[in-house]
Write a protein that binds this ligand. Sequence first.
Ligand code: BG6
Length: 508
Amino acid sequence: MAKKTVVSPDTSQLNKDIIKKLPNSATIVIFGASGDLTERKLLPSLFRLDSDGLLPEKCVIIGVARTDMDNETFRKKIMESVGAYSRHYKDRCGNWSVFEKKLLYHKMDYDNLSDYKTLNKLLADIHKKQGMNSNCLFYLSTPPMLYPGIVSKLGEAGMAQQSDEHWRRIIIEKPFGRDLASAVDLNNHIHQVFNESQVYRIDHYLGKETVQNLFVFRFGNAIFEPLWNRNYIDHVQITVSEEVSLGSRAGYYDTAGVLRDMFQNHLLQLLTLTAIEPPAEFNATSLRDEKVKVLKAVRPIKPEEVAKQTVRAQYRTYRDEKGVARGTETATFAILKLFIDNWRWRNVPFYLRSGKALNSKVTEISIQFRHVPHLMFPLPPDELLPPNKLVLRLQPNEGMRLGFETKMPGAGMKTRTVSMDFLYEQDFGENILPDAYERLLVDALQGDASLFTRSDEIELAWKITDPILRGWEGEHAPPLAFYELGTCGPSKADEFIQADGRKWNPCM
Ligand code: BG6
């Protein structure tokens, strides 16, 4: 077969389309500017966007934090992290001198209203001096307990107010609440200051190119959709496996655990996009309305059912990690078996599985089709042909694999599973996929909330996770299993799916 030609997308045309929708000017204010996320993700992404000409023509980025620092020190610090974390920094380092002029640092105390007034005055001065209008994108990247206070003070200082000439928007990082009640409180609190159309709750999985490709894959091709239902699909496996362990995040992680950290947001988003009905239009409202319908149809796992429908486990050395509570029961690995009670998915199990300190970093959705209804080939008794499997690989080695049966050459009628593969890298070239934050920052600047989570969506996701968390803390909790670092997880994981006569797609 002829070798594939790599055809890189014509980014100049794509970029022109993006630029058309960007405002002429905007200021991005990042609260929590000395934090890890700002250094590893936000500023490297903004640098990359700037060097591609994908920020507003006039753009100022103000890092806000409690640390005492001047502009120069901040810029130097950011230059190091951009060098370390930005894709293609080497090719684009010439742009640094342009980018750094856009960067300012502002020290403030998040509790002090007069500091917000000073920030507001700084914004007004910058806008006037640079001939910018007052568009402002606030980014909350602080510890979550500071969110309500910052939102209130922004309101009290009059900084959330928009006019016909300018907008004010706020991006809020996860975790959004730690249960349903706190998420509802936070939503109510935010809505006292910002209306819903100003609020962009971020789940960076939605910014991943491969996650967005789920829409195109399902709704841009005629051949998959007719099979995408309970008549043809036996079950779905959604796996997010991580090699990293706790790192230095004990303070947050030990009180959150894998269910709050990964399932309530990323895994449920993946489930939603796998199961969603085709929206009538590709816009924020239609898309999010359809996602909400899926979440509403997820059958909640009652606290007394958690031993049957979930697995919780911890990696063996977790309790020795610095900052972790003694004898902690925090799960670092979990499996949920969920059902979606609607016409399309009734009785099709969705197995969601995620954990830290495993043997590989893999995110994938595996669609396992049903066995053929009748076998005419001579197979030994009780033997079935392996069913077709479609694996959507979201990271790394992004792409797709369709497994199907083929006759092995030669006499007789022996079959073997072979596959058809698509790899982004092979068709579009290496290093072509942008970081999720690049996409999401541009979307927020353009006012497109399609890939952000709406208030009702967040609350429904908590409605699914809350009873499980309660069940895990109560008398029906499944025993906490343990697993060695660098393995596929606890043996309980295999037993769990084997009990249903199925097995895991061998990816982790
Ligand atoms: C974050 C979690 O939201 O997602 C982390 O807090 C996790 O614990 C990370 O490691 C995984 O993201 P990615 O993009 O590396 O799959």
